[in-house]
Design a protein around this ligand. Sequence first.
Ligand code: ADP
Ligand code: ADP
Ligand code: MG
Length: 651
Amino acid sequence: MLNSVLIANRGEIACRIARTAKRLGMRTVAVYSEADAAALHVRLCDEAYLIGPAPARESYLSIGKLLKVAQESRAACIHPGYGFLSENPDFAEACAEAGIVFVGPPPAAIRAMGLKDRAKALMQQAGVPVVPGYHGDQQDANFLKRKAYELGYPILIKAIAGGGGKGMRLVERHADFETAIEAAKREAASAFGDDRVLIEKYISAPRHIEIQIFADKHGSAIHLNERDCSLQRRHQKVIEEAPAPGMTPQLRARMGEAAVAAAKAVGYAGAGTVEFIADGSNGLKADGFWFMEMNTRLQVEHPVTEAVTGFDLVEWQFRVADGKRLPIVQADVPLQGHAIEARLYAEDPERGFLPSTGKLVALSFPQGDGIRIDSGVEQGGEITPYYDPMIAKVIAHADTRTEALNNLARALGETIVAGPRTNLAFLGALCRSADFRDGKFDTGYIAQHHDELGLDVHGIDAGAAARGALHLLSRTDRKSQDETEVAPSPWDIADGFQLSGPRKTILPILINGEPDVAVLDYGGRQSVFVHGAEPDMAVQLVETPGAVYVLRAGRQTLVALRDFEAAEADHADSDGVIRAPMHGKLLAVLVTPGEAVTKGHRLAVIEAMKMEHALVAPRDGVIGDVAAEIGAQLAEGARILSIEPAGTGAA
Ligand code: ADP
Ligand code: ADP
Ligand code: MG
């Protein structure tokens, strides 16, 4: 058996590969970029080598550096994971030349499937159904436009070197063809350095159904059932499951045979995925599926196949790479229960899914039967802008699809992430979405259920913000005159005078970094209000030194205290008088008459509710008089000092 492996990847897949390698008794060698020095995969492996700066081009994509480490560490094989160099035939070839086993298919098979046009032509020859279209050498825009017309709209323009949904354009009307092809070519040239495209019929109500295949080096190939990856956003997978809803044993056998034929046609060995597009209008049909492309590597969503078959696909990869035969025949491939995977990303669904980087202030996952978490980051770790912002894959496995969906929704609900924004709420909404649960969905589902899935811009979660403000008021580490006092109630005002007037105080806070206020009503209601909402107590709180994260239904609200901008509560009159915004004791005056100040300058500090509140200048000016004495108890609205416009001051 191969006794050691260099894992040429990072993140969750590097961790996942290391886990199996260790179980098999292999020595594990990690590589990392400067940005990943503290990453989990580095610590999980027996050895780790720094291979360069953060940009992937200078580290994880550097064939020379990887081979140098492989030689230095005397690694018996290299596992490329997915992404990065996993589908690079030059890398596979370079490994072979250096005498290191590449855990993947032969370079020729990678090359044959690398470009979509050649792959389609090959598949057609092998008798595999391909999506109708034009995938010849002609690239003249007028010629392609004529082909599109003959095919009939809607059509897809695809970059032949494409991947990750890039360089793809849906064209619904003949008149839009030119603009679309220009855009597709531009995108393809910049993303892949190759602007060639093909034209394909756009399948209506499309379902993405792919077949996991495995081949050994002795000519045997089998499939390990299908995965349905139709829940996509911009042609990128969000949720994947096995088996596919509506799949029949007959159709599975047909798709499986086509996938195995595809693998055999290119002399495949190892793990691979043959992706098909299926016509999902009125249910799946035996003659309604077509080859799209083959991914010649392990796929992100392989855990759902592991769940329903009980096999460890990474172990199979190592064994095949080592020249072993497939352990079973087609007829013995199991299919047990139902598995669903959700990709948890550090991104903001309310802002067009922009990646959200930063420190993972809190991160924890539920454990339990039928729940698997594949992650490559930890609490305290960082989501950097350099790589894919995936936090984890959450996989649920149960007897039935409904149970699996319920378990996944529960697991997502119990997942805690504070720091970067995430798609947790969105994934939870997908699990609960009625038509998806009923199996009525295609690749357009997410776009069509935009609002139901919570993808519109939400306002502030006022109940969560109020809960955060209440927490900041009552937390033990806040300023207290008596250091031994524990967690005094926010209503326990020790300011030494009777409250009068409107029994309310304004607490200046920041909600998600934006200035706002909480209103403390210590009269009848004794509560904290933000935008009229009372604290929502069914939340999770994650404390940091200066702030608190309030987690509710997969969304986070960050609440912090801030200095008080004297202008905002109308306590700076137009005559420039700064008044106390709340009942409290004047602890300090930080300016003297005649002093020039700029907007935001700290003027005075008031203590109320056992907390210090700084008052800051609402505008530029010169300090006039100071009317209040340090140590005095001030009533709300009491005059403290005045600011005059610059140039007319007392000086
Ligand atoms: P596809 O969507 O192309 O059919 P996958 O679902 O397997 O295939 O996704 C592969 C993608 O994962 C890569 O194209 C890349 O964007 C991303 N990726 C690559 N490496 C990593 C990594 N270490 N951690 C997380 N994501 C990665
Ligand atoms: P990539 O290399 O970017 O993964 P694919 O060819 O696999 O490109 O297509 C990505 C996604 O685009 C598919 O999963 C599917 O949702 C959609 N798609 C691709 N081809 C078609 C088609 N002919 N009709 C409808 N949808 C398609
Ligand atoms: Mg694809």
